[in-house]
Design a protein around this ligand. Sequence first.
Ligand SMILES: [Zn+2]
Length: 494
Amino acid sequence: MKISKILLAAALALTCITTSAQKDKKLVDKTVTRQGVEAAISFIASDELRGRQTPSPGLDIAAKYLSTSLFAAGALTVPGIDTYFQEVKMVSSSPPSKGLFATRDSSYSVDNELIYIGGSSVNIEAPVVYAGYGNEDDFSDLDVKGKIVVLQAGQKTDRGAMSAFKSGATKVALANEKGALAVIELFNSPQPNWKILRYYLSNTKVALDYGEQDDESIPHIWLEDVNNNRRPYFESYVGNASLTIAGNEIKKFTTKNVIGYVEGTDSKLKDEFVIYSAHYDHVGVGEPDLDGDSIFNGTRDNAIGTATVLKAAENIAKYPLKRSSIFIFFTGEEKGLLGSEWYVDHPLVPLEQVVYCFNSDNGGYNDTSAATIIGIERTTAESVLRKACEAYGLQATKDPVPEQNLYDRSDQVSFAKVGIPALMYGMGITDFGEEITRYYHKQADNPNSVDYDYLYKFTKAYVLACRLVGNMPERPYWIKGDKYYDAGQSLYGK
Ligand SMILES: [Zn+2]
């Protein structure tokens, strides 16, 4: 008797879930059309938007399109805020056209032995002082005022490239405080290869502007010393050297996260928010490929993800969920997840009220029978996500290439780091092979190179998944033992 009662209750609960999923599917089918999906993707990935570089007029036009579409759909701005735009402050720093460091015996140039890391233009001649690893102890009985400080990059215990990257800014700040004119670090890690490193670090860099990078900071330069030949020379060097840095430019600018809101319908659950997000930027225009195409359209990455979130917003604005919904289109993802990092630092609703982030991003696809959900096994929403995909004939698959660190390479990780359960919805992949790399960050990622029959199903499955997560009776959470489980516990005060 007892047992059959439980079974009956379980069977009833199951029917309930299924019926509600079916109801939600009907609502998805009412608003999401194949033409609507194709139109959104084709516009966002069009040549006219020139690859949506951060910053660029094409990115601004995409932002305008998204905000206008949110407005047309009936999604509101977040209460208390009168715009769909969140200004994200950024700063770009272009490398110097000229950079020369010359001692009595040798001279080094940014075309060869030097890498410019940052700082202002200078043209100076000053005494050189060697200051070990440039830590507080190293400076304690040294006079560096008015001098060019030469340091060993990294730390005594770890002279690798990562250590050099991590400790550089602190050392420069310390030297600056003590009155030094410039910092030259002897870089002696064989990996990564110096030439490759110089190539990458000589591009214009874009970062969030927290006011730290100002034009007045002292020059910070790496000098190649893989064989440790130069260190003894500088340890015993007495005399002046000259340093010229010219033609570098630091520019401050803003780009936009685009944010819409739909209030929840449940008197209790509406105080909980689910974020549905996608980055809408890409990498702009580059050299022409063999077909003469120089525009990186970013159809897969990430016009498609952007369209899925837009279709979810249109659907949910019409048929709201129990929980409140926030739709965010991020800027600057390709520059290092900048838009999502900024949002988490400047949230529009308290982070502890955000119960989930369902991010949509793609590198490419090679399996049109599936949606690959990076992190699907990590939260209690797994079964509803699977159900949403199955409703449209797609199999929900988990990350087939953990070695690619896809989870850490898109905006969901900005939310996970503060404890919010977050994962990434993506097109079906079975590996990161030729079919993916042919388009990934390539000029060939054009809007006429994708399968819109598949994308129609893929988008509907996303919108249904959004609905099911936003309506889940129990709030979704990390699976016990997850890397971010404890961060969640402390965020939500459990
Ligand atoms: Zn990308």
